[in-house]
Design a protein. Structure first.
Length: 330
């Protein structure tokens, strides 16, 4: 900073004001300082500035899984919204939902110098590990359930499932099976609830769900069970990847989509229009989840207060070509 001051012919205080973005510096003087910085290759020490100001402009994101599409797109959305607000994101993955793994993740918060935390985990797994979210750190829980203790941003999982199931019932299907996500998933259970409630309200039987692990391969294995049920004319899948696996199982069993079997997915992933036939699905607005999560974090940073409550992001039904009325006699 002293070198820049000498090169620009100004005081070190003026250089400090320019590097920290303070107003009130004469434009011509600011240009001299910026030119000197460029000539000398000077870059402000962001770490020292953060210590001085007490803010790192960094949000920590803790997640158990980087493999699922939902988590991947949620992290992308949070990163984009954070960047728009001038914040960086530090990813803190937890390999296994164990006591030690979770404790280590939260312990790293102090080392990584973050201002706030977005938690994309199944909160009941935290309960099982007997871990509490850090006190005094602005925290938002994303797509899970944190009770009344924290700010939560959640997609309307149950309503998305209701929209999917209602669509199939309105087409005339009376046997709508569900290819569900893993039992450990809060989102998967909400989708099961929405599917089951809609069927029961319509006076239809809700047969036992068949579960996968969100992958296309698990959808194929579960799909082989579903397509063997000759009474089944429609399947609501808890995500698009498992629907892709079901497509393969249906093809191998000689059941055409949608003539013999209607299929609805969940997520509206980028490649669903390329499925054969294009997949009818439920759109999740991950970008809005990211915006609301970061907005809630910034509000907590501004006020210093945790505001418990849930912000629900709506889902949207997207009709393509994988659903049709059941054939006569089905």
């Amino acid at each position: 900073m002293a070198d820049v001051a000498r090169r620009a012919g100004v005081s070190a205080q003026t250089v400090s004001r320019v590097s920290n973005g303070y107003q009130g510096v004469v434009p011509q003087t600011r240009e001299l300082v910026l030119k000197a910085m460029d000539e000398l290759g000077y870059r402000p020490n962001s770490a020292a500035r953060a210590l001085k100001l007490g803010s790192f402009h960094t949000i920590g994101v803790i997640t158990f899984s980087l493999e699922t599409l939902g988590n991947h797109r949620t992290i992308q959305a949070i990163s984009a919204a954070a960047a728009g607000a001038g914040y960086a994101v530090t990813l803190i993955p937890v390999d296994l939902p164990t006591h030690g793994g979770v404790e280590h993740a939260f312990g790293r918060l102090e080392e990584l110098a973050v201002d706030a935390v977005a938690v994309i985990v199944e909160v009941h797994l935290l309960d099982r590990a007997k871990v509490v979210l850090p006190r005094g750190v602005p925290t938002v829980v994303v797509d899970s359930d944190a009770g009344d203790a924290y700010t939560v941003v959640d997609t309307d999982q149950a309503d998305g499932a209701r929209q999917a199931t209602r669509h199939l019932l309105e087409l005339g299907h009376r046997s709508v099976r569900h290819l569900a996500g893993p039992e450990s998933s809060y989102a998967a259970q909400r989708r099961v609830d929405g599917w089951r409630d809609t069927l029961l309200e319509a006076g239809c039987e809700a047969k036992e769900v068949v579960r996968g692990d969100w992958s296309a391969e698990s959808g194929y294995e579960a799909g082989r069970i579903l397509v063997a049920d000759t009474e089944c004319t429609a399947v609501f899948c808890a995500n698009d990847q498992m629907a892709l696996g079901l497509y393969r199982a249906a093809a191998e069993a000689g059941r055409r989509i949608p003539e013999d079997l209607s299929v609805v997915g969940f997520d509206d992933s980028a490649d669903t229009p390329a499925y054969s036939p294009p997949l009818t699905t439920i759109h999740q607005d991950f970008a809005e989840v990211g915006r609301r999560s970061v907005a809630a974090i910034l509000e907590q940073l501004r006020t210093g207060e945790q505001k418990p409550g849930t912000s629900i992001v709506p889902t949207r039904f997207v009709q393509r070509a994988s659903t049709a009325a059941p054939r006569a006699g089905s």
